[in-house]
Design a protein around this ligand. Structure first.
Ligand SMILES: NC(=O)c1ccc[n+]([C@@H]2O[C@H](COP(=O)([O-])OP(=O)(O)OC[C@H]3O[C@@H](n4cnc5c(N)ncnc54)[C@H](OP(=O)(O)O)[C@@H]3O)[C@@H](O)[C@H]2O)c1
Length: 284
């Protein structure tokens, strides 16, 4: 059954088209015309002690950078994490435009010692929204049946699956100390068991499906403590991950606007669901 925030979620036929297009894009490895969305224009925001706080992983490019931009433009405090902040020019520009309210933290989500160190640095600071965005596809050539690269599978699991779990454990006190208490994973329709129609992207799909399941477990585990957990599919988005897709791709600004609208409506009453960027619910 499809439950929806809106009454007009995507039709099953439309969903199949989107799934096929997304898979094709990742499989082809080609680059689409155009590049990432223009930054959302935002005036400098003063630090706001009472503003909500979001922590975004992989905030140096793609969807993560746009999430940081849009939350900053809304006046949120943004803890933007990146593996290599020194090389994250766009992110540092964003932080400079929002002194105090956008801060950049180093974080490789596959590095558990680094996660623990981040948790120590953030001790006592409420995090209203923990947004697991960092992710890798693993590359199509590494997950073709008959030529599977198992070392890449381990890397993909570390980043897409284990990282979000470890980070949630480490930062749970920060989430519990916040007003909104939300944990959200940027998931994918590619990992929806109900949407599979061909064998492909074994590593990416399985790592994300496992991450979805971890979030569903957390939803049950954390509901009594007032924490809402959700998975949101951003749809096909024009980022490095979708290089060369010969299909319509949303600019990150458009997709992220929809994702944020869904996250806004997440609450304890609808915890543990898998949302599509268009507002409907996807089958796990
Ligand atoms: N684009 C789409 O159409 C689409 C569709 C469905 C779901 N998604 C999901 O959306 C999320 C963002 O993807 P994207 O399209 O924005 O891809 P992207 O442009 O390739 O960005 C990936 C981000 O993840 C970061 N990252 C990779 N490994 C990391 C690690 N070990 N620790 C911390 N950060 C790491 C990257 O940082 P570096 O620059 O340091 O590598 C980068 O910031 C992913 O979870 C992806 O699966 C995307």
């Amino acid at each position: 059954m499809i439950r929806s925030f809106r009454t007009h979620g995507p039709s099953p036929a439309r969903r199949v088209v989107l799934l096929a297009a997304l898979s094709l894009a990742v499989l082809t490895g080609a680059r689409p015309a155009g590049s990432q969305a223009a930054p959302t224009a935002a005036a400098p925001t003063p630090p706001a002690a009472t503003a909500a706080t979001v922590l975004v992983t992989g905030a140096n490019r793609g969807i993560g950078l746009e999430l940081a931009r849009q939350y900053a433009a809304r006046g949120w405090n943004v803890i933007a994490t990146a593996r290599k902040p020194d090389e994250a020019a766009e992110l540092r520009k964003l932080a400079a435009a929002h002194p105090g309210s956008v801060t950049v933290e180093v974080l490789d989500v596959a590095d558990h010692a680094a996660i623990d160190a981040l948790a120590r640095r953030l001790a006592g600071r409420p995090v209203d929204l923990l947004l697991h965005n960092a992710g890798i596809s693993g590359g199509v050539p590494n997950q073709l049946f008959g030529r599977m690269n198992y070392d890449v599978l381990r890397q993909v699991l570390e980043v897409n699956t284990i990282g979000p779990m470890k980070l949630t454990e480490a930062l749970l006190p920060n989430v519990l100390a916040s007003a909104q208490k939300k944990v959200v994973l940027v998931g994918t329709s590619e990992a929806s068991f109900g949407g599979i129609d061909a064998g492909r992207l074994y590593w990416y799909r399985s790592s994300k499906a496992a991450a979805h399941m971890l979030m569903l477990n957390l939803a049950y585990e954390l509901k009594p403590r007032g924490v809402a957990v959700g998975v949101v599919n951003p749809g096909p988005v024009d980022t490095d991950m979708m290089k060369g897709a010969r299909m319509p791709l949303q600019p990150p600004a458009v997709s992220v606007g929809k994702v944020i609208g869904i996250v806004d409506r997440l609450g304890i009453e609808n915890t543990g669901r898998f949302w599509d960027y268009q507002g409907g619910e996807l089958p796990w």
